[in-house]
Design a binder for this molecule. Structure first.
Ligand code: G3H
Ligand code: ZN
Length: 279
């Protein structure tokens, strides 16, 4: 089916899950998991994934879009954690309906200036723009910064001054956690939801236990970003297969069960966070 737009998957009282794509198998697994769950999802490519592909956006973005179009599930394409202006500008020439522009490393005033400019650029091209306020932490080269939180008063000013469509908030999660031990600040999520006029996005959701995730969605999180948990499932299956079959050289032998394990993880997350069609 044709690609869905990220903005059309944002629904009050439910969350859409957005899953990181690194390889074509990731895209196939996300599509299969969404089909199995009977729910929509977002396929997102991060700037780091584009760097992994030698800085070339077109091959992996085209492949992810083709996989999404071939699926019977409603799927949207999002460009994630973009820091490079050149990459932001490249989004318009591809099939993305949304971009997260990440200037959260900058001091507040510079973050506002850069994000407002990115939002103006995106809106002129019909793109939905997400931005981050309050360092979520845990990306490669980053320290985990569990103490940093998004301040609701600052968040309201940030949204007003930038014109963004969605806000990534620091509420207790951190990127790249391989244990599901993050404790979210639900009082803060509720305060942000009540104060901020745009949908809230939870990053680093791999490290958040299921009950915490359900509560976060009930408290007002509208988009849940998941990456590491898919890689844990995928790599675990590769490792198990190769341990059991050490002489295997054909990658299809170990990538097929790995892709299946990843699809299972996607289906499971979709069951936890809901989204359109959730029961
Ligand atoms: O933007 C991507 C997500 O925040 C993924 O985070 O890999 O910790 O699940 P995660
Ligand atoms: Zn993130």
């Amino acid at each position: 089916m044709p690609l869905t737009r990220t903005a059309d998957l944002i629904r009050p009282g439910a969350a859409v899950a957005a899953f990181n794509v690194i390889t074509v198998e990731h895209a196939e697994a996300i599509a299969a998991g969404a089909e199995a769950a009977g729910r929509p999802a977002v396929l997102q490519l991060s700037e780091n994934a584009v760097k992994f592909h030698g800085g070339r956006l077109t091959p992996i973005a085209s492949a992810a879009a083709a996989v999404a179009r071939a699926s019977s599930a409603p799927l949207a394409l999002h460009l994630d954690h973009v820091e490079s202006i050149d990459l932001l500008h490249a989004a318009a020439a591809h099939d993305f309906s949304s971009v997260m522009y990440d200037a959260s490393k900058l001091p507040y005033a510079e973050n506002v200036k850069a994000t407002a400019e990115a939002a103006r650029w995106a809106h002129a091209r019909g793109l939905w723009l997400e931005a981050e306020l309050g360092r979520i932490g845990g990306k490669p080269g980053d320290a985990h910064t569990p103490g940093v939180r998004t301040d609701p008063v600052e968040a309201v000013a940030f949204v007003a001054d930038t014109g963004i469509d969605a806000l990534a908030v620091a509420v207790g999660s951190a990127h790249a956690m391989t244990s599901r031990t993050a404790a979210l600040d639900h009082t803060l999520i509720t305060a942000l939801r009540d104060a901020v006029p745009v949908p809230l996005v939870l990053h680093g959701s791999s490290g958040v236990p299921d009950p915490e995730l359900r509560r976060a969605v009930a408290s007002g999180i509208a988009k849940v970003n998941v990456g590491t948990a898919l890689n844990t499932a995928y790599t675990g299956a590769v490792r198990a297969f190769l341990e059991a079959h050490p002489s295997t050289v054909d990658p299809r032998r170990y990538l097929a069960p790995a892709r299946e394990a990843m699809a299972g993880a996607v289906e499971r997350f979709l069951g936890v966070v809901g989204g359109r069609g959730a029961t």
